[in-house]
Design a protein around this ligand. Structure first.
Ligand SMILES: Cc1cc2nc3c(=O)[nH]c(=O)nc-3n(C[C@H](O)[C@H](O)[C@H](O)COP(=O)(O)O)c2cc1C
Length: 198
């Protein structure tokens, strides 16, 4: 009996697909070499939620903010930004005032006296941190730009005996209003910075 041509091709296709699914390939990777300083810091990074009240010095703050979004030696920023727009905003609560970081000029500009803690402190440990960083970006890339910046801060913290946690449990609408942001801007994340409790 001669098999219908269409049925033949359906059976052949099904056989080829099932064979390729069954033949899952894998590569057994060699152990990652974590002996370099960078790899040790990546390994040490962790979220910390118990803080001492030891103040953070202006030098330490400058270092942290540079890691987050400072100007590098090639004329861009310490994080990549889409189309090199460099459009991440960083607000900092430090010594009970709200500041905005100007990474090009390495300045903290006073932004407001408003108490932003009610919008941040949904978890008790938050109020113990002497420094709070609030990331604000555009709707399309704000999340990824913030992620790059908060990871740099986390790595700096891991390398320098500081404690930090990224937080999404914040009142974004409240912060948006309190910071008088425009409609194209989104509050993405909050990050604490402190010395850990001994
Ligand atoms: C986008 C994002 C949001 C997070 N939000 C919170 C938060 O609101 N509160 C909190 O305590 N931890 C928060 N975390 C921290 C995670 O809980 C933490 O990264 C996770 O438990 C893994 O622990 P590790 O960071 O020590 O590896 C958040 C982390 C990310 C990346």
């Amino acid at each position: 009996m001669i098999m219908n041509k269409n049925i033949f091709y359906v059976i052949l296709g099904t056989l080829l697909i099932s064979t390729s699914i069954c033949k899952a390939e894998s590569i057994n990777l060699p152990q990652a070499d974590t002996s370099s300083e960078l790899m040790k810091i990546i390994n040490a990074r962790k979220s910390g939620r118990t803080y001492s009240n030891k103040p953070i010095s202006k030098q330490e703050l400058s270092n942290v903010l540079w890691a987050a979004f400072g100007s590098n030696s090639h004329g861009t920023r310490t994080i990549p930004t889409a189309r090199n727009k460099q459009n991440l905003r960083i607000f900092v609560i430090y010594e009970n005032k709200v500041w905005e970081y100007d990474g090009k000029n390495n300045i903290l500009n006073k932004y407001s006296d408003t108490d932003l803690m009610p919008y941040l402190a949904s978890q008790d440990f938050v109020k113990d941190a002497p420094v709070h960083i609030i990331y604000v970006g555009d709707k399309k890339y704000g999340e990824v730009h913030s992620g790059s910046a908060y990871e740099n801060v986390s790595l700096y913290a891991a390398a320098n005996g500081l404690s930090s946690v990224v937080r999404g449990l914040i009142d974004r609408d409240g912060l948006h209003k309190a910071l008088e942001l425009n409609d194209d801007e989104v509050v993405t994340y909050h990050q604490t910075l402190a010395y850990p409790q001994e």
